[in-house]
Design a binder for this molecule. Structure first.
Ligand SMILES: Cc1cc2nc3c(=O)[nH]c(=O)nc-3n(C[C@H](O)[C@H](O)[C@H](O)COP(=O)(O)OP(=O)(O)OC[C@H]3O[C@@H](n4cnc5c(N)ncnc54)[C@H](O)[C@@H]3O)c2cc1C
Length: 387
């Protein structure tokens, strides 16, 4: 196969799908190539809490995430909330009575978010109970309530975005592995070679998530990218229960250790994760290890959803390990690849929340050849060795 496009997007996770759509809608001829299938990477193994409430330190980064929340509401209105699996449900960050560290944490978070103009309030007693009638809270508990937070069925959303992309005239190549970047003598991008043939293009966007360093190494033949790319791969465990009559109405998370976060999943069950139980992902994905991690997650979540660990056996739950693409400074990498005209990349944690915003900015960057101001601080050249 030999094809011609304005832009080739590599990777049909939520970032690649959203950006391919944004480019096609702006009149570009776009080919989206995916080595496996839509949402086969991290997007299919994400907790997928669409939020800006956990971003309390860096105001600009918080605001970009908050824009993501608004953009999802627009997508929900446009595609249908059910079609993309989006629900604005709100979230509670919970502090037990007498836990002064946790109380201090929710107060500090609420103050920071209020300062950024994010909707937030502290709730307790009857007000707290009414927000989550199915949940159990310790006596005297208080919580930070952020009503605009949402949950997403990320694979479903990615599939809807690719369908929208194809409807807008884009070409989707499933099972097409990007192999080699084609460049001219001056280092300008001319296209890529894939396992399904060559595609000529003046721009290539790498949206390969946690695999970005290795993909760059492979595409360019420079092995150093595999080890030097400033991205940590941080594995995390996500458990999805079967439908449960006491699934919470909104996202619940603890303010301090023992950490647990859970949300109402699209199947009527719960999706559960915990940052410290994530350490068990280091032991790999053999079934016995995942069952142990699953039992720990169910047991910890039972503090808020009594009887959960009695109703569900880990063996009946879906338990997966996802790999977070975590830029070295905890922010986002999005923009042009220094030294290779026409090559662009995005690698980011919170990619579910950020996808619609990053997609819009990246489409503008690729079409205009100029980095839009909101993306400037997320350029790869802020890292040593990439200027
Ligand atoms: C446990 C966990 C919890 C998370 N929780 C949240 C959360 O609550 N909220 C939030 O916003 N974010 C969360 N994230 C982060 C979020 O899921 C990711 O940032 C996001 O999914 C990244 O999407 P992506 O499109 O960049 O990458 P991916 O989804 O990994 O997509 C990359 C795609 O590229 C393809 N690919 C790779 N190499 C090639 C090649 N050579 N040729 C063709 N295709 C290729 C892969 O097959 C894959 O489909 C979480 C992540 C994890 C692991």
């Amino acid at each position: 196969m030999s094809d011609t496009a304005d832009t080739v997007v590599i990777g049909a996770g939520i970032i690649g799908a959203a950006t391919a759509l944004a480019l096609a809608e702006r009149g570009q001829r776009v080919v989206l190539v995916e080595a496996s299938d839509i949402a086969a990477g991290t997007t299919g193994r994400s907790f997928a809490w669409v939020n800006a409430s956990t971003k309390t330190t860096d105001e600009a980064y918080h605001r970009m995430n908050a824009e993501g929340l608004e953009a999802y509401q627009n997508w929900a209105a446009r595609f249908g909330a059910d079609v993309i699996g989006h629900r604005t449900v709100g979230a509670l960050e919970i502090a037990a009575a007498g836990d002064r560290a946790a109380q201090g944490t929710i107060e500090a978070h609420a103050a920071a978010l209020a300062g950024f103009g994010y909707q937030v309030e502290l709730v307790e007693g009857e007000a707290l109970a009414q927000l989550a009638p199915h949940a159990h809270f310790p006596d005297g508990a208080r919580a930070m309530y952020t009503p605009m937070d949402a949950v997403l069925d990320a694979p479903r959303c990615a599939r809807a975005l690719v369908a929208g992309f194809v409807a807008a005239g884009g070409t989707f190549l499933k099972g097409a592995d990007a192999l080699t970047l084609l460049v001219d003598d001056e280092g300008r991008v001319e296209g890529i070679e894939t396992s399904q043939g060559e595609i000529a293009a003046t721009a290539v966007l790498l949206a390969t998530g946690a695999e970005t360093g290795r993909t760059l190494a492979r595409l360019t033949g420079f092995d150093g990218f595999a080890t030097r790319f400033p991205l940590r791969e941080v594995p995390g465990i996500v458990l999805n229960t079967p439908p449960d009559p006491a699934a919470p109405e909104l996202v619940l998370c603890t303010a301090t250790a023992p950490e647990i976060h859970l949300l109402p999943a699209a199947n009527g069950g719960l999706r559960i994760g915990s940052d410290d139980i994530d350490a068990m992902a280091a032991a790999g994905d053999d079934p016995a290890n995942l069952r142990r991690a699953g039992a720990a997650l169910l047991q910890r979540a039972s503090a808020f959803v009594p009887g959960l660990d009695q109703r569900h056996d880990p063996a009946d739950c879906e338990i997966v390990i996802g790999v977070r693409p975590y830029p070295a400074d905890g922010l986002t990498i999005a923009g042009p690849m220094p030294g290779a005209e026409g090559l662009y990349l995005v690698a980011t944690h919170s990619g579910v929340t950020l996808a619609p915003v990053i997609a819009r900015h990246m489409a503008e960057a690729i079409i205009s050849g100029t980095v839009p101001q909101p993306l400037a601080r997320y350029a790869l050249d802020r890292f040593p060795g990439f200027a």
